[in-house]
Design a protein around this ligand. Structure first.
Ligand code: CMX
Length: 438
């Protein structure tokens, strides 16, 4: 058994025993109340699942194993330029709750390289799709096609005991994460680079190799990829892609089918697809105004026109956050450090000065601040990755790290099938009538 797997087994076995003891004596403890508003309002804030890898605070933003993004940037082992954290290190942290040593991260990079071969039929499946198929649709189909390789599915079919589920889930997780950059880069090159594919570079780390296969060998772009693939990895369990992964995983669907389901949730415009919507919205605005340097007044007019059409301003607002997203701030800091001047980046910053005031004044938007998606596109455009229909795939490759590490935990802790209760409006109205009578 490899050292990471051994560590994970020891930690998850210990926690499983602690949870069992806690539930035996305190399982009846009431930890939440639920209002009718929450039942109709997308289940906001209801505590109803366990997610070990990260936790979201409305004011402070995301903490991965209790570490904020600035702490990750400081403490995790870094990539080639010595500044940006390695996503491999974040995966290690999320899986076993420890910051890995440089040697442990080097082992993980090498391990994912060893596991990264993608069977030919996955590429043939992608080749059968029209090139205009949305990149997220291609990504989801490719992950489903790769399901032929699932160790969990094979072992379940053979009949294997519950207490080994975690083991097969770990193996599938490692193999799937290892293979994602190759698949994701293949989608980009077949869609936007005339099928001119680029072979992997075994000298590179996971992010560097992905950037290389996309066709971007610029050192700063690789640094951006390390940051990008780190900060998008996890956002506790309630967000749509994580929760979908959790729900589908709870049926004992194998990790490939489970992760593909999560990616279908990420592909929605209120969630991960917002990263393409933001840059599209910015380009449409610049086109309409006819300048690359719009004034604050021109931006305000465009924002108001967007709202008047009954549309949301993409990249702003959040179901949980009530402050600017620290993932937005991390990208802004990256731009200040690595990119001295860029017209589109400047527009993103001007939009940041204008939008919160307008959304705040509407009186109904709970969080007028930018989220992670408000900034990412401008950085990608700067380095030449302009095909915004692809952006959510980058988010998805990163999200695999968090949701699959969490799936390992769910299987190791033996979490049951998720099955919350639904109600009808007739039932809800009866509750209201009862409460009025009392
Ligand atoms: N622009 C315009 N209106 C907005 C808004 C925005 N950016 N954000 C929220 N609102 C509106 C809602 O549409 C809602 O209006 P109605 O009452 O008329 O239906 C009202 O404000 C209250 O919504 P809320 O409670 O503040 O926000 P929700 O928790 O319901 O929704 C989110 C959160 C992210 C879906 C929403 O803010 C939004 O649509 N933002 C734009 C899309 C986006 O950037 N999504 C990416 C989120 C991050 C990610 O998952 O990647």
């Amino acid at each position: 058994m490899d050292a990471l797997k051994q560590k994970f087994f020891e930690k998850s076995s210990a926690l499983k025993a602690e949870i069992k003891a806690m539930l035996k004596s305190h399982g009846g403890l009431v930890v939440d109340d639920v209002t009718l508003g929450q039942v109709y309002g997308g289940a906001r804030d209801i505590k109803m699942m366990v997610w070990e890898t990260s936790e979201l605070d409305a004011m402070e933003g995301i903490r991965f194993r209790n570490m904020s993004i600035p702490e990750l940037k400081e403490k995790l082992p870094k990539g080639a330029d010595g500044k940006q954290p390695l996503p491999e290190a974040l995966f290690w942290l999320m899986l076993v709750g420890e910051i890995p040593t440089d040697a442990e991260v080097a082992w993980l990079t090498a391990e994912w390289r060893k596991r990264s071969d993608v069977p030919e039929h996955v590429f043939r499946t992608l080749d059968a799709l029209p090139e205009h198929t949305h990149a997220m649709t291609q990504f989801s189909i490719a992950i489903n096609a790769l399901q032929t390789e699932s160790i969990f599915a094979r072992r379940y079919d053979e009949g294997f005991p519950k207490d080994e589920y975690w083991d097969a889930t770990y193996e599938d997780t490692m193999n799937l994460i290892a293979r994602l950059p190759r698949i994701a880069a293949y989608i980009y090159r077949r869609t936007y680079a005339n099928h001119q594919h680029i072979a992997p570079n075994p000298q590179e780390d996971w992010s560097g190799n992905y950037a290389h296969m996309l066709g971007f060998d610029n050192a700063d772009f690789k640094a951006l990829m390390r940051l990008y693939l780190t900060i998008h990895a996890d956002h506790e369990g309630g967000n749509a892609s994580a929760h979908t992964t959790h729900l589908v995983g709870s049926t004992l669907s194998d990790p490939y089918l489970t992760f593909a389901a999560g990616m279908n949730a990420l592909a929605g415009p209120l969630h991960g697809l917002a990263n393409q919507e933001v840059i599209k919205w910015i380009f449409d605005m610049l086109d309409e105004i006819g300048t690359t340097a719009p004034s604050k007044e021109q931006i305000a007019d465009y924002v108001n026109a967007t709202l008047a059409k009954g549309q949301v301003v993409p990249g702003y607002g959040h179901a949980v956050l009530r402050q600017p997203d620290p993932r937005f701030i991390a990208q802004m800091e990256f731009a200040k450090e690595y990119i001295r001047h860029d017209d589109v980046v400047e527009v993103v910053w001007k939009v940041y000065n204008v939008v919160p005031g307008i959304l705040g004044a509407l009186g109904k938007v709970k969080n007028p601040w930018p989220n992670v998606d408000a900034h990412s596109g401008a950085l990608l455009v700067h380095y030449g990755l302009k095909e915004y229909g692809y952006y959510t795939v980058l988010f998805g490759v990163s999200r695999a790290l968090g949701v699959l590490a969490a799936l390992c935990w769910s299987r190791a802790l033996g979490f049951p099938l998720e099955r919350p209760k639904s109600v009808t409006t007739e039932w809800a109205m009866a509750q209201v009538a009862k409460s009025i009578e009392q």
